[in-house]
Design a protein around this ligand. Sequence first.
Ligand SMILES: [Zn+2]
Length: 507
Amino acid sequence: MKKLIAGSLMLAVAIAAAGVCAAPAVMPAPRRLVEKEGVFVCKGAAVAAARYETDSSIPREGYRISVTEKGIAIASSDAAGRFYAVETLKQLESSGRGVTRVPCVEIEDSPRYRWRGFHLDECRHFFGKEVVKEIFDLMARYKLNRFHWHLTEDQGWRIDVPGYPELVKYGAVRPASVKHGKRAVKGSKADADKLNGVKYGPYFYTEADLREIVEYARERHIQIVPEIELPGHVYAALAAYPQYACCPENLTERTPRLVWGIEKDVLCLGNDEAIKFMENVLDYVCRIFPGDVIHIGGDECPQVRWQTCPKCQARIKAEGLKDHHDLQPWITRHFVKFLEARGKRALGWDEYLLGDIPKSAIGMSWRESRSGAGHELVSGAAAATRGHDVVMTPCSYCYLDYGQGLKDDPFFYIGGRVTLERCYSFDPCAGVPEDAKSRILGGQGNNWTEYTWNEFDLAWKAWPRMLALSEVFWLGEAKPGFADFLRRAEVHRSWLVRHGVNCAPLK
Ligand SMILES: [Zn+2]
């Protein structure tokens, strides 16, 4: 008992001497936190000293923590809630002189949104499984639970699929990439003065890698949402199998697209073999990833090849479609049903909801319109109003490859500006009619990597902005405000830097 009192006094003295605010710096802020007098002191980690119980009245992923000088009690209704309680406890505890201290608090907590995501593009640049695991560790710490993994693109194909060895032989290696600090998003495929001439890859994940990563995610209550882009953004796959393009003669070099930007050569939707290929890829992906959602892309698909392709034109006739504009909704319907038959829901970028698409398809809203007077999240709000579930990730709040407005920033961005405060101000339900708000599943921060070369600039761009988004997705409109966030973000930035994460300054 003497030790307990001594510990409590020491903490109080240490806090007073350092002149720091004693308020706990939990991130994201818990829904309700009441500070009490006193400190709990124990040997070893606080999580080992805690008592755990089940309380079915606590919401999914939610928890209750009661810390008194006598002990720690944790209650939750599910394993995820218990997991998040432990993460909160780890943020509360401090150790020194052989003991662990936890300030006495009462916490009741649960998330506003069930989709709290971190997106990573591994196609423009590849980071590998150790970086992905480090991201999962941080996601768990900040109660993020969806990892949207962008695995296929015009510029790279990153998974080895049984039966299709050419995918990684041709699709996972670029003979050259865009030079550091150069913008090369338009122009021809061989914009020579902007290319570095350095071979990139082959970089891809084997089945053993994928299974290892899936397990690592499962242990942290993270669902991986793999993305296989179709019918556009497939040029790396077409480099491997040119026969699945409308114009195979455009792919004689058999390399992924070298510069950034959108490729005009897309999947030939008149070719049954091309569709069978995508089915086989998705079949494999459904077997590897246990989550209930598969992302099938659907964005930025030019239709110019379909207009003149005899096979695509034959498909339009055979299916009774009006013209080439109807081909994308036709293939979307096909794959929504294909995934449903495998117990999965399709997710896609908002363009893929254009046309007559089953309501079970989930939209991912990224485009914004400023033409409407009221709000910017037009496409997502419209999709939710029509009856689709929607994940909100509008580019002017959630695109972390946009500049963060720092005074001195050593890194290069794609353009645009998304400051930390802008991230924090995000409301995923802004402009959504009241009766459609329940269809907003949440949101995510998107880490596109055209101009992000390695884990150092990836971390710099992701953090601290992901801290702000984690609080937006956890608390929604109940978030305590930017000033309070900044106080806690400073503490967490120090923690991240101490743990080797190249977190950017707050301003
Ligand atoms: Zn075609």
